[in-house]
Design a protein around this ligand. Structure first.
Ligand SMILES: [Zn+2]
Length: 241
């Protein structure tokens, strides 16, 4: 039974779990950040829709003023008809009236169109407000969820760190020195399980000599990736099988 293999198996498991937990801890704030970015974007959408509505209303007001003045002009021209000095003047006035009324009718159409646009902008604002409210809700939910999860993850990290110290304490002094150096440089990826007759980290095939040495409980490093190798449970010499 190789005590070293058992220790390395255990240590690798703890390192991998710790690495996974730390990844998840890092991902939490990023999820919140994504929701924050979304809310900012939705706020900008709402502001843009509000600006469009304001501009649309100004356009309607301007056209309505123009129409009013055009209607006034028609009344003035009609009043002048009675005081026309001759037929030519009278005809000219009639033409002016017709032209002004035509322009007024075009304006009236434009006003209708602009009013429809104002309605559309108002509907857009409604949609933008609904989306923003939803985005803010999602942000609040994500913030709460991430905070709650972070608490659990940190507890789990603390528990595993204690487990790790305990498992490390069992390592023989000469092994521990090498192990410490490797963990420092490669982190949780510094070990690999023997898989069939290959390194489980880089899948490079190992020599029979290396496998033999591993099974005898010696420290063996993959020649290709440098990982510290260990045997899976059912390969330890003198184990259950
Ligand atoms: Zn390897």
């Amino acid at each position: 039974m190789s005590a070293l293999a058992a220790s390395l198996r255990e240590l690798h498991r703890i390192h991998q779990q710790l690495s996974d937990l730390r990844d998840r801890l890092r991902r939490g704030p990023k999820q919140v950040e994504a929701h924050t970015v979304n809310v900012t974007r939705l706020e900008a959408d709402l502001a843009a829709a509000q600006a469009q509505l304001k501009a649309g209303k100004v356009a309607v007001d301007q056209k309505q003023l123009l129409l009013k003045s055009s209607e006034g002009k028609v009344l003035d021209l009609k009043a002048k008809l009675n005081s026309a000095n001759n037929n030519r003047e009278y005809q000219a006035l009639l033409e002016q009236i017709a032209a002004t009324e035509m322009a007024g009718s075009v304006l009236a159409d434009e006003i209708l169109e602009a009013l429809e646009q104002v309605d559309a902008f108002q509907a857009q604002i409604g949609e933008a407000q609904t989306k923003l409210a939803k985005g803010k809700e999602e942000l609040a939910r994500a913030t709460d969820a991430v905070a709650a999860q972070a608490g659990e993850l940190k507890n789990e990290v603390t528990r595993l760190e204690a487990e790790l110290r305990e498992a490390e304490g069992v390592l023989p002094a000469d092994v521990r020195e090498t192990y410490n150096r490797m963990v420092k440089s490669k982190g949780s990826d510094c070990m690999a399980k023997l898989e069939s007759d290959s390194c489980g980290g880089c899948y490079q095939q190992l020599t029979p000599n290396m496998i033999n040495s591993l099974q005898l409980g010696h420290m063996v490093f993959c020649k290709s990736c440098g990982r510290l190798l260990y045997t899976p449970e059912d390969l330890s010499i003198g184990g259950a099988r």
